[in-house]
Design a protein around this ligand. Structure first.
Ligand SMILES: [Zn+2]
Length: 171
């Protein structure tokens, strides 16, 4: 999926989540996101495409791309919950050393999971349970297609409406 589609669907999920309180074991409760939480969420949303040579994050950081391309094929290792959970774990350890809120790692993982679920809509699909299962979850939406644009616009519009509503309720 294109980066803007990840952002549109990401916005919709974010708008739904900011009114909920969800508990994640060991990390705490997902509260109304702070600026830091939003940054961690966006980072999680973008980072799986670091393994794509054409992604924005790889283009802007060839070094980061070089590192991941050593051990991953496009959408291979990085597009799995396994890697997302490991990254969340490492992040939580660093956050606890810094005495920061551990839920930041939770927000990162939610962003990561939303990215994987969105890519599961494409024919290329994802292997979320690598290396335990090589089953690929895929869908009919080709990247860059008209249907992707429709989904993106609907998710963005719904996200904006919900976001404005939730924001108005919060103040
Ligand atoms: Zn992706």
């Amino acid at each position: 999926m294109l980066l803007k589609t990840h952002f549109s669907i990401g916005l919709l999920v974010f708008a739904i989540l900011i009114t909920k309180s969800i508990s994640i074991p060991f990390l705490g409760t997902l509260a109304v996101p702070t600026v830091a939480a939003t940054i961690f969420y966006l980072f999680g949303l973008m980072v799986p495409d670091i393994d794509s040579p054409h992604s924005k994050i790889s283009r802007h950081s060839p070094f980061a791309h070089h590192i991941t391309s050593i051990f991953s094929k496009h959408r291979g290792i990085v597009h799995s919950f396994t890697t997302g959970i490991l990254a969340m774990f490492v992040m939580a350890v660093i956050l606890s050393k810094l005495n920061w809120n551990l839920m930041l790692a939770g927000w990162f993982f939610i962003g990561y999971a939303v990215h994987l679920l969105t890519d599961a809509l494409t024919p290329h699909g994802v292997r979320p349970f690598w290396p335990f299962s090589h089953h690929t979850f895929r869908g009919p939406i080709t990247t860059g297609s008209f249907s992707e644009k429709v989904i993106s616009v609907i998710a963005y519009s719904a996200g904006m409406i919900l976001f404005v509503q939730s924001y108005t309720n919060l103040i």
